[in-house]
Design a protein around this ligand. Structure first.
Ligand code: PNS
Length: 164
């Protein structure tokens, strides 16, 4: 079975992430969405468990995709799960430069682990979790940025918080 990992901070998961995950799910038998909430980006808008909850709801529509949280090195996670590839989206030359630095590091940590870069779909290449967080913060309509399951989950949470 060919297993791929789609890694990221997912703070929160966006329609851009979903585009890459869906395409990876068409290429591999199984896709693991690995939420890495350690290191530099650990203190985000959403706590790690909340990121997992939102990502799990978003990928529930895809049969061969599961979301998990991991607190260590991505290469170790991939090795433990028997994955043969990391699949990442690239939106720009800046993303590409970064991924070209990361790929050999992960390859050295886990020999045989390939990094596969998918160009972001043009209609989503402007979208990032940073943009999504700004829209959440300023209470804008979120349908253009987030999967509908995430928009729903955030609305439910807002309603619950409002009742407390
Ligand atoms: O969504 P992001 O923030 O661009 O994802 C970056 C991420 C989480 C994939 C990257 O920071 C990462 O792999 N972190 C895990 C720690 C690790 O393995 N570091 C060495 C990779 S070079």
């Amino acid at each position: 079975m060919k297993i791929a990992v789609c890694p990221g901070s997912y703070d929160p998961i966006t329609l851009g992430h979903m585009d890459i995950i869906r395409r990876a799910a068409g290429l591999f038998d199984r896709v693991l969405v690995c939420i890495l909430a350690n290191g530099e980006k650990s203190r985000g808008m959403f706590a790690p468990q909340e990121r997992l909850r939102l990502a799990s709801r978003a990928v529930a529509e895809l049969d061969n995709v599961t979301a998990e949280l991991y607190g260590g090195l991505l290469a170790d996670y991939a090795a433990h799960r028997g994955a043969c590839a990391l699949v990442k989206g690239v939106r720009s030359g800046t993303d590409l430069d970064w991924e070209m630095q990361m790929a050999p590091v992960n390859q050295a940590l886990c020999p045989g682990l390939e990094t596969i870069l998918l160009p972001a779909s043009p209609e989503l290449s402007w979208l990032s979790s940073t943009v999504a967080r700004e829209m959440i913060r300023y209470r804008q309509p979120l349908e253009k940025y987030l999967p509908s399951a995430v928009v729903e989950a955030l609305r439910e949470k807002e309603t619950q918080d409002g009742q407390q």
